[in-house]
Write a protein that binds this ligand. Structure first.
Ligand code: SAJ
Length: 451
């Protein structure tokens, strides 16, 4: 059960010193003293849903909007449709207390938070269709005094384009940028999300936030919304800077992971253990190398750096190369498996882990899935895939007749080659002697760390 505590001076949830997160007391403040009484959150995905539930937990009336009727139905029933620690309980409490209601269409509110996906097109240019659709949907219900906050990760200039679009749709209202704060009817700002899947509920409250306003007043109005629940600091800036800061955070992680992945290729060539090399190098006081893996997945790090590349193609050699290094890693793992498979007449390969990272059930852009699919295409007779966080074969693999989904122990038992593709905690329980009887391709470092 989720417990939040509130300090006497503010209604912000405060994690009680004596409690772990799942034991904090959930309390709805009886009266909302702030002028922001209703918030409409557009997009009930990985970011929108925890944000909506957190705001609701602070006593705000939240209208959650999603174009998917199944999501609306699940949220109204108090059910999450993806797994995230503590979110289930927070959502159930929010809906039971009628502080959060999901609908297909936006309704009037004091503030609007847009948290929709920003994928890229085939040529890797940003696809802003979802933001445009969200703008079109909220435009009819906007009134003077509203603030519209874009949380979706966006290329530089998107918040300004959003304001232009709204201004075009609502010529009766004044949007930024205009001269003088008193002349603005609807404020517009960017506040990029930065919560880590697997720690979202806690990080939503505790992480510092960057708020970029199209004007000073826009940033101020947006800050008032986050002040409802935020314990972290707020740093105000202009919208374009905030947009780039988010992209830079993501690209920084991508470049650092690419360095670790490149080291894994170097060590493979030199016959050295990359995990051991990194472990020792990290004992230097100013060195902190990340971990190599099967590639970079998820909907952020594998996507967002391209937004920088597409806005400054000539200046982004390093960022582009890092993306390419990380994107090429699954193929390298496949080549390692195939090389070992040649020793067997009819090799059975077990792929352990399918999600995009450890201990989540999210499979978006998962390198492990790309590896299993590529292996299936190479014509191996039998590929067993196992993931304790999933209960069936992901859609991308469902059509391969040489892939079957099974339990971890069974996959290990039946396999000649075991490919560790995701470092799920539960894989540590696989008896070492059972693993060591097989040919192991460990893309995760799990056997080094726990071996
Ligand atoms: N990975 C490695 N080696 C590492 C760390 C990660 O190969 O040392 C891989 C993971 O296995 C995964 C991918 O990188 O495939 C991304 O995982 P992650 O845990 O680094 O990040 P995400 O995508 O789950 O969340 C990131 C976070 N951003 C940063 O750390 C800068 C999060 O704070 C953002 O909110 C999120 O992206 C987002 O939505 O942008």
């Amino acid at each position: 059960m989720i417990f939040f505590a509130y300090s006497s001076r503010s209604r912000k949830p405060r994690f009680a010193a004596f409690a772990t997160l799942p034991q904090l007391l959930f309390q709805i403040a009886p009266i909302v003293e702030h002028s922001i009484k209703t918030v409409c959150v557009v997009g009930l995905g990985y970011i929108g849903l925890p944000t909506a539930a957190t705001l609701a937990s602070c006593g705000v009336d939240v209208i959650g909007v999603d174009i998917n009727p199944c999501v609306v139905e699940a949220v109204n029933a108090g059910h999450t449709y993806f797994s995230e620690p503590d979110l289930d309980m927070l959502l159930r409490a929010a809906t039971t207390l009628r502080k959060l209601r999901a609908t297909l269409q936006p309704e009037a509110a004091d503030a609007f938070i847009i948290a929709v996906p920003t994928p890229f097109h085939e040529d890797r240019s940003p696809n802003l269709d979802y933001i445009e659709r969200a703008a079109d949907a909220i435009a009819p219900v906007l009134v003077t005094g509203n603030v519209v906050i874009l949380e979706s990760t966006s290329p530089v200039g998107t918040t300004e384009r959003l304001a232009h679009r709204l201004a075009h749709l609502r010529p009766d209202l004044r949007f930024p940028p205009v001269q003088g704060p008193e002349l603005i009817d609807v404020h517009v700002a960017h506040c990029p999300e930065r919560v880590l899947p697997g720690r979202m509920v806690r990080e939503l409250i505790e992480n510092d936030r960057i708020i970029g306003g199209l004007t000073e007043a826009c940033a101020e109005h947006a800050e008032a919304v986050y002040r409802l629940f935020l314990q972290g600091k707020v740093f105000r800036t202009d919208a374009a800077t905030a947009e780039l800061v988010k992209l830079v955070e993501t690209a920084s992680r991508d470049v650092n992971i690419a360095f670790a992945n490149e080291l894994s290729l170097i060590c493979d060539r030199l016959g050295l253990n990359v995990w051991h090399v990194i472990e020792l190098a990290n004992h230097h006081p100013r060195v902190s190398i990340l971990q190599p893996g099967p590639g970079v997945g998820g909907h952020c790090i594998a996507v967002d750096p391209w937004f920088i590349v597409s806005s400054a193609p000539e200046q982004t050699r390093l960022i582009r190369t890092a993306r390419e290094v990380n994107d090429s890693k699954p193929k390298f793992v496949v080549s390692q498996i195939r090389e070992r498979a040649e020793r067997f007449k009819r090799p059975v390969v077990a792929c352990l882990g399918l999600t995009y990272k450890a201990d989540v059930d999210d499979t978006r852009e998962s390198p492990a899935i790309a590896i299993a699919a590529e292996l299936a295409l190479t014509g191996l007779d039998r590929i067993l895939v196992a993931d304790p966080n999933l209960n069936r074969l992901p859609e991308e693999l469902a059509s391969f007749c040489n892939i079957s989904f099974c339990d971890t122990r069974e996959a290990v038992r039946e396999a000649d080659i075991v490919a560790l593709l995701v470092a799920h905690s539960s894989f540590r329980k696989i008896p070492r002697e059972e693993l060591m009887r097989r040919v192991i391709i460990d893309a995760t470092g799990l056997t080094h760390r726990y071996g």
